[in-house]
Design a protein around this ligand. Sequence first.
Ligand code: GDD
Ligand code: MG
Length: 409
Amino acid sequence: MRIEIPREFERLGAVRIYGLQKVYELDAGGSPDVIARDDGVVRSLPAEAIHEVQRQMAIVVPVRSERLKLIESVLVGIPNPCLVIVVSNSPREPIDRHFLEQESIANFCQFTRKQVVIAHQRDPAVAAAFAAGDYPEILDEAGLVRHGKAEGMIIGTLLARLLGRRYVGFVDSDNYFPGAVNEYVRDYAAGFLMHGSDHTLVRIAWHSKPKIVEQALYFAKWGRSSRRCNRALNQLLSAYTGFETDIVKTGNAGEHALTLDLAMAMRYATGYAVEPHHYIDLLERHGGILPTERGDMRQLVRICQIESRNPHLHADKGDAHVADMIVGSLATIYHSRLCPPALRSRLEAELRQAGYLGEGEPVRAIRVYPSLTQLALDRFAAGMQEILDRRIGATAPANGAPVHAGHPA
Ligand code: GDD
Ligand code: MG
């Protein structure tokens, strides 16, 4: 892959947010020495180096009631070296959609000879593992893991940790183009190769989202939610640096990857607020602003943003769904301890004017989970063993990786 170096970054405390990086070649060939050359404005990353990172990566695919053909097309796009983890929250009754998913994935595994770890979010065994790990916050009144994309991502992250992966990436399961999925996972690896593998978060800004406008294909750049979310995050940054900025282009990036150490240390917001909350959590804890945070400004946390070349075409979930996402995104910024009063008033006015808040209705706080380091990993691992053993296509631990609760090698 050939990719440009970031032209700029904003720095707050230990957090560096890099400007958007463009991809110039999806495959830049294989010469092994080019990665070391650091003099130009672009870096050429050999395919073998990309694969080496992918061998240490798990890709988590969250699923809720997607068409089987779409799920399969996503699996087709995930590069072979990656471990695949599917976390489903599809209904089991009146029709057992999850059973159909399992069958379809088993069929895929038979043809590809791949292993896929598959867990159901509402499986009582998963809930029991969280209870045993002393992490009850994720359980609802029925004692099961709460509904929501973030909750599925948390399960996937922990499975990646138990299977000893160094990186975890996410791709939505409703993507029509396997080629786009394939590119996202290459972009993740490129991000880690360029920015190091300590505390790095790689986020994808979609090149475009094709839609039909006046009977013609139109390649829209920004979605309704990402437009508002990016603006609010940039205003938050500007409030502290004193310089207006538009550096944040990936406030809502569903497609993102993290080093496992960073993923375990983060606090996640519920549902679709999870992605904007990454920024908030990192700035609250490492931004050098709040007196309660860690004082070490040398341990950098890098947020890298890569613009994919493929257009993103996914299932249309309707206006109400977009509204939920907008309210969730802005609420997570509104309720941050970092949000200055002027920005808070502006966000509230924005939500009210757009009709997302009723008369007198407050901006409701978003549930935030404690960092996964709070979970007793050994006890959680014991509870999850049954799910790991049920791996589809597996006769031995995936790609030879050990199942353990210790630190990845
Ligand atoms: N496990 C699990 N549990 N998966 C879920 C759940 C859940 O409760 N709810 C949704 N998903 C899955 C969906 O099946 C899909 O694969 C993925 O999570 C994203 O959900 P969508 O409903 O398709 O969201 P979207 O396309 O509107 O938004 C996506 O892009 C946004 C950026 O524009 C998401 O990735 C957002 O998180 C992201 O902010
Ligand atoms: Mg979608």
